[in-house]
Design a protein around this ligand. Structure first.
Ligand SMILES: Cc1cc2nc3c(=O)[nH]c(=O)nc-3n(C[C@H](O)[C@H](O)[C@H](O)COP(=O)(O)OP(=O)(O)OC[C@H]3O[C@@H](n4cnc5c(N)ncnc54)[C@H](O)[C@@H]3O)c2cc1C
Length: 363
């Protein structure tokens, strides 16, 4: 299982690195590396109401919400590394509603539940911003909208069924059409032929968000133990959780270990590891200003293995491609995947000045 989880997550870590950095380092996590850990590893036995295994976004939000709902609960997070160091610290930082999936959701769970999911996820984008502002957590949250674009004629209008379903469900204003000229004005790139915009979507710095949530959880009274890998879970009542130097006894256990949950035999068959890669350019704010890509929009194209890109506060371009290779054996080829994402990055350039920009920044 360890190997299986590592496929998805170590690959992401490697790919998140700027091409000028050593492969294996995440730019997002390097940005927050200097922040000292305020928590310790678990050294002695503990008895809690709820033990949360894994300190990614799922574990952190679960613990925070539990404490908000029932402040008297004793809640502990057991994290094998540092909070936010898994996929939560390695991703594109797109904060999105589920509206782009509305047509599939309506097919899967009916229109009422689909509408509820889309509305709730829409609300959560703004709620996240309010939560961070209210607690003075700087995670570079920026609500500048998301562009869904076509970069080839065959993709123009692939979003029509989504827009139409939203309209039929009574949500007229979720998406707005944007012309190629408007997208070029916003992004400095003529590669996009058409698109739609969902204005509520946001971006964050995933590394800063993870650290910020860990601080918020600690302030809320959650006990956080980092460098504390869970080695065994005894399915007793209460449950007993084995870590290297101590045992945790818990009335309830939340498994928030993402792909690593495949170590549970009953879950193992539900996991397929898919490579997902991100590269980051160095900070090039002057270049971005020169081409006009300063509005903070995030952008995805319409390929099956979607290409997505955004900028950061310090003027980097983050460029990713989802749904890469499937890994059945647990043996990822980081070098190969790295080359693939770099190639995709270069191919996405359209205007001569953009080609020049990209060649300069990734070489
Ligand atoms: C390259 C990439 C790009 C992505 N882009 C986006 C995006 O733009 N927007 C978006 O919404 N989502 C994106 N995602 C998905 C998103 O990152 C994940 O859905 C999310 O981070 C999952 O959070 P999590 O808490 O479930 O998992 P994780 O963050 O992986 O947390 C699991 C934690 O469990 C810990 N753990 C594992 N095993 C043990 C153990 N035995 N004992 C103790 N701790 C353990 C790990 O160290 C880890 O910290 C992306 C993912 C990748 C890989």
């Amino acid at each position: 299982m360890e190997a299986a989880a590592a496929v998805a997550l170590r690959l992401a870590a490697a790919q998140t690195a700027s091409m000028t950095r050593e492969i294996g380092q995440s730019q997002w996590l390097a940005d927050v590396e200097g922040e000292p850990s305020t928590v310790a590893s678990l050294e002695r036995d503990l008895t809690v109401d709820v033990a949360v295994l894994g300190g990614g976004f799922v574990g952190l939000w679960t613990a925070i919400n539990l404490k908000e709902l029932e402040p008297q609960l004793r809640v502990a997070i057991l994290e094998r590394n540092r909070c936010g160091s898994g996929a939560s610290g390695l991703n594109g930082g797109f904060v999105m509603s589920w509206w782009p999936k509305i047509a599939s959701l309506a097919r899967l769970c009916g229109k009422d539940d689909a509408l509820w999911l889309a509305d709730e996820t829409t609300r959560s984008v703004t709620t996240l911003g309010d939560y961070l502002a209210g607690r003075e957590i700087d995670a570079q949250y920026r609500q500048s909208g998301w562009l869904w674009t076509a970069t080839t004629p065959a993709h123009v209008g692939v979003w029509n069924s989504v827009v139409e379903t939203a309209r039929r469900l009574g949500r007229e204003g979720i998406f707005e059409s944007v012309s190629a000229a408007e997208i070029a004005r916003r992004t400095g790139s003529a590669i996009h032929l058409a698109g739609i915009r969902e204005p509520i979507n946001a971006t964050v710095h995933p590394g800063m968000l993870g650290r910020g949530l860990a601080r918020a959880a600690a302030r809320a009274g959650v006990e956080i133990y980092e460098d504390t890998p869970v080695h065994g879970l005894e399915r007793s009542r209460p449950a007993r959780i084995r870590t290297p130097r101590a045992t945790v006894t818990a009335q309830r256990v939340v498994v928030a270990t993402n792909a690593w949950a495949a170590s549970f035999p009953e879950l193992k068959r539900m996991f397929v590891c898919v490579g997902s890669a991100i590269v980051s350019t160095p900070a090039i704010p002057d270049r971005l200003a020169a081409i006009g890509w300063t509005g903070g929009e995030s952008i995805s194209d319409s390929q099956t293995t979607v290409t997505y890109y955004r900028t950061t506060r310090d003027g980097r371009i983050i460029f990713g491609k989802g749904g890469g290779r499937l890994y059945y054996t647990g043996e990822e080829n980081v070098e190969e995947a790295s080359q693939q994402i770099e190639d995709a990055f270069r191919i996405s350039a359209s205007a001569p000045e953009e080609r020049e920009l990209i060649l300069e920044v990734v070489s």
